[in-house]
Design a protein around this ligand. Structure first.
Ligand code: XIL
Length: 329
């Protein structure tokens, strides 16, 4: 497949996710995506539980809105995600039989993959399958419905189904907390590499690893470890993408200017670590404006001030982190 399109002068394409209900967020809001992005992707609409509230419903309309918007504006798009603990429908979790669960998983991935064949650069096939704290929990994979029902083989099953449905789609394992210093994070990186090797040893196609890049202002980005991780993936022939970039500044002082400076510095440090070896394939922000960031919903600041995770503020004014994107990509 052709590589992702990029704006003139940009080494690496830049994209952003958008909630499909915000496609009605007004012309100025939509214009941000048109002007600043090479890729626009559905943030939630391709998740299993939203598309398949019941076994018989396949609701493609919200995702189509975003994908059609992207393609008709000359952008690319990508899909997230087939397997995620946070998006398994209740009707699936009620299935106890492993063979039935496997049938449902494969049918879902094949039909959805086929539906968007040729429209998406690729897919996060599995999202967040690594244990949150592997050393403390003494397990490498996260305890999920899919792991309990099918075991670790749900991972190759999902990748094979995705490859069957769309042989040219770039198939990725997507994961968070791969950016920081410490044994906990070293272990998470090691587990990702071992999943990649196991898939390859079994001749199952995996093309990329997505680093989500939710950057915590109170954690230390490990530049050397990121560089090593990038080189290790490259040696395996696997690409590296940044899939959900934003900044979680909930423990910093509630000072907008200081927050924006910190955010730009974190994004710079992270991108520099990735670029040390070679440019990542794609960098995607998890939204564009602070007004609609998941951080303010899911991890609100304890002091009640607003988090400022994204490259534009709530009034759609560009912030320093947009300059970082402009200069580095
Ligand atoms: C989040 C979305 O941003 C929210 O709108 C939604 O309610 C829940 O999911 N890691 C992921 C993303 O892989 O899919 C999550 O997105 C954020 C954390």
């Amino acid at each position: 497949a052709a590589g992702p399109a990029r704006a003139a002068g940009r080494r690496v394409p830049f994209g952003a996710a958008i909630q499909s209900e915000l496609m009605n967020g007004g012309p100025a809001y939509r214009q941000l995506f048109v002007e600043h992005c090479d890729l626009v992707m559905p943030m939630n609409a391709l998740k299993f539980n939203l598309m398949r509230p019941t076994r018989d419903i396949w609701d493609f309309e919200p995702a189509d809105k975003v994908v059609d918007f992207a393609l008709s504006n000359g952008k690319t798009s990508r899909g997230t995600c087939h397997v995620w603990w946070g998006a398994t429908p209740g009707w699936v979790e009620a299935i106890e039989s492993p063979s039935e669960a496997e049938r449902v998983l494969v049918e879902h991935i094949e039909r959805v993959g086929d539906r968007y064949k040729g429209k998406l650069l690729g897919w996060d096939v599995v999202n967040e399958v690594v244990a949150n704290d592997p050393i403390y929990e003494n397990r490498s994979l996260r305890d999920t419905y899919w792991l309990r029902t099918l075991g670790p083989r749900h991972i190759p099953i999902a990748f094979k189904a995705a490859a069957n449905a769309d042989p040219t789609a770039e198939l990725a394992l997507n994961e968070y907390d791969l950016e920081y210093k410490g044994p906990h994070y070293d272990e998470r990186r090691t587990i990702v590499l071992s999943i990649v090797r196991q898939l390859q040893d079994a001749n199952v196609k995996i093309d990329a690893v997505g680093m989500q890049g939710h950057l915590y202002a109170d954690k230390v980005i490990d530049v050397d470890a990121i560089d090593r991780f990038h080189r290790d993936l490259d040696a395996l022939g696997v690409k590296l993408l940044v899939t959900e970039l934003d900044v979680i500044d909930w423990k910093s002082a509630p000072d907008p200017q200081a927050q924006d400076k910190t955010a730009a510095a974190l994004v710079t440090r992270f991108l520099d670590a990735l670029f040390a070896h070679k440019p990542p394939e794609l960098v995607i922000a998890w939204g564009l404006t602070d007004r609609y960031s998941w951080i303010n919903d899911v991890m609100p600041r304890p002091d009640g001030a607003e988090s400022r995770p994204l490259p534009f503020d709530r009034d759609l004014r560009p912030k320093p982190w947009l300059d970082v994107i402009r200069k580095r990509l």
